[in-house]
Write a protein that binds this ligand. Structure first.
Ligand code: NDP
Length: 448
């Protein structure tokens, strides 16, 4: 049996009931096959793959907090410190009822390669909780965040592990967590990113993942003789990534016609009104029904069982920006049938493996999330640099560095795909380029 297959079987046996983690490992290992086979003897001897797929440390903890009725609630807290070969662990905190260890491990594993691709010195980690901030009062969210950090603060620090936002963790949650960290440790340091501007946050961090997605998409299209201006774009999600992806797409001359949330989706043939979307989602924290009610040209569709809706709308470019496995084979077929020629992932692993293969086989340019959404973590790393320097850079400075990083990422993965005989396969290119740097650092640092 090949080394890749052996290690994949081991992952399934040792991590039962973690399908998302298995999926992420399979996708990465499959596309690394050619590189692994070329170095098989050494990698086997060093158990490099076994070490790569095993987190350095997994923290599981209880998060008790008191709700507004005086009732004690208990959530599960997670932090997976996956790989520190190239820098301190870095990765977001997801707050969503669906969170479990397997989801955090899939995200942490992906993060290793994403962080490597940015070219910045950051290792891979991820964390979160099955706490749902939706429908909770500010006081309840604060109580949860303080309890979460009371345990987690023992294991994080500006030079060891630097968490950030993700689904359900925005500026409000990061603020509460930072305040509690500071109170417990007495340290004013860059231990969390995505902070508010008044206490060490970076300009352009809020916009970074969505803007970065568009900078990379623009470069991918340019290198394939296409232009984003005048194109129709379908976006899923209506959170941080989706909103700023829509904003940048429109600035670049495209028309964004869809957004969605977990209960429904909007088709707006006149183009999404981003200011209205921000008002509904960022200020009112309301559902998309409010967007549709305020905008004549918008149609609202309730989500029916298993349907993802937005991918049936005719578009040139699709940007899934909500959550994992939200674009399946049926969706991929609808996109191809409607003439979509590019898909770039704003979310983490939003496209199933079958859908990815179908898109690639049908000539759709496909860029995986670990490259396409790396602008968020890259800008988080720029926030860490500013905190260490005790300086704040201007929006333009950060934005121009972000653009440079995204263009660079695209060329790295394009070159890696070409070098290993898979030109145009950006999934393989991203995995190979991300892996080689980490493997090199792990080998140089000995058996640790
Ligand atoms: P937000 O919480 O701001 O928004 C998430 C959006 O996705 C919301 O519209 C939400 O709808 C929808 N959504 C979440 N879960 C589900 C679900 N199970 N089914 C359907 N819709 C869902 O998160 P972000 O925008 O920050 O993150 C979106 C994706 O991008 C995630 O995969 C995240 O890991 C990834 N990402 C985020 C980065 C960042 O900087 N924020 C960086 C890199 C990747 P609803 O409000 O109804 O729940």
């Amino acid at each position: 049996m090949s080394y890749v297959d052996e290690v994949f079987d081991l992952v399934v046996a040792k991590n039962p009931a973690q399908p998302e983690f298995h999926q992420a490992v399979k996708e990465v290992l499959e596309s690394l096959r050619v590189v692994i086979e070329a170095n098989e003897e050494q990698y086997r001897k060093d158990a490099l793959l076994e070490r790569l797929v095993t987190p350095e440390r997994q923290l599981l903890f209880r998060v008790p907090w008191v709700d507004d009725k005086g009732q004690v609630q208990v959530n599960n807290g997670f932090r997976v410190q996956f790989n520190s070969a190239i820098g301190p662990y870095k990765g977001g905190l997801r707050l969503h009822p669906s969170v479990n260890l397997g989801i955090i491990k899939f995200l942490g594993f992906e993060q290793i390669f994403k962080n490597s691709l940015t070219g910045l010195p950051i290792g891979g980690g991820k964390g979160g909780s099955d706490f749902d901030p939706k429908g909770k009062s500010d006081r309840e969210v604060m109580a949860f965040c303080q309890s979460f950090i009371t345990e987690l603060h023992k294991y994080i620090g500006a030079d060891t592990d630097v968490p950030a936002g993700d689904i359900g963790t925005g500026a409000r949650e990061i603020g509460y967590m930072y305040g509690q960290y500071k109170r417990l440790t007495g340290l004013y340091e860059g231990v969390l990113t995505g902070k508010g501007l008044s206490y060490g946050g970076s300009l352009a961090r809020t916009e970074a993942t969505g803007y970065g997605l568009l900078y990379l998409t623009e470069e991918m299209l340019k290198c394939n003789g296409k232009d984003i201006a005048g194109k129709i774009v379908a976006i899923s999600g209506s959170g941080n990534v989706a909103i700023y992806a829509a904003q940048k797409a429109q600035q670049l001359g495209a028309k964004v016609v869809t957004v969605s949330d977990s209960t429904g989706w909007v088709y707006d043939p006149e183009g999404i009104d981003v200011d209205l979307l921000k008002e509904v989602k960022e200020v009112k924290r309301a559902r998309l029904t409010e967007y549709a009610a305020a905008r004549k040209s918008a149609e609202y569709h309730e989500k029916k069982n298993g349907e993802h809706g937005v991918w049936n709308i005719k578009c040139d470019i699709a940007l899934p920006c909500a959550t994992q496995n939200e674009l399946d084979l049926e969706d991929a077929k609808a996109l191809v049938a409607n003439g979509c020629f590019a898909v770039a992932e704003g979310a983490n692993m939003p496209t199933t493996m079958e859908a990815t293969e179908y898109l690639q086989k049908n000539g759709v340019l496909f860029c995986p999330g670990k490259a396409a959404n790396a602008g968020g973590v890259a800008t988080s790393a720029l926030e860490m640099s500013q905190n260490s320097e005790r300086l704040s850079w201007t929006f333009e400075e950060v934005d121009s560095k972000l653009k440079g990083i995204m263009v660079n990422i695209f060329h790295n993965l394009d070159d890696a795909a070409k070098k290993y005989g898979m030109a145009g396969n950006y999934v393989a290119g991203a995995n190979i380029a991300g892996f080689l740097k980490v493997a090199d650092a792990m080998t140089a640092q000995g058996i640790v």
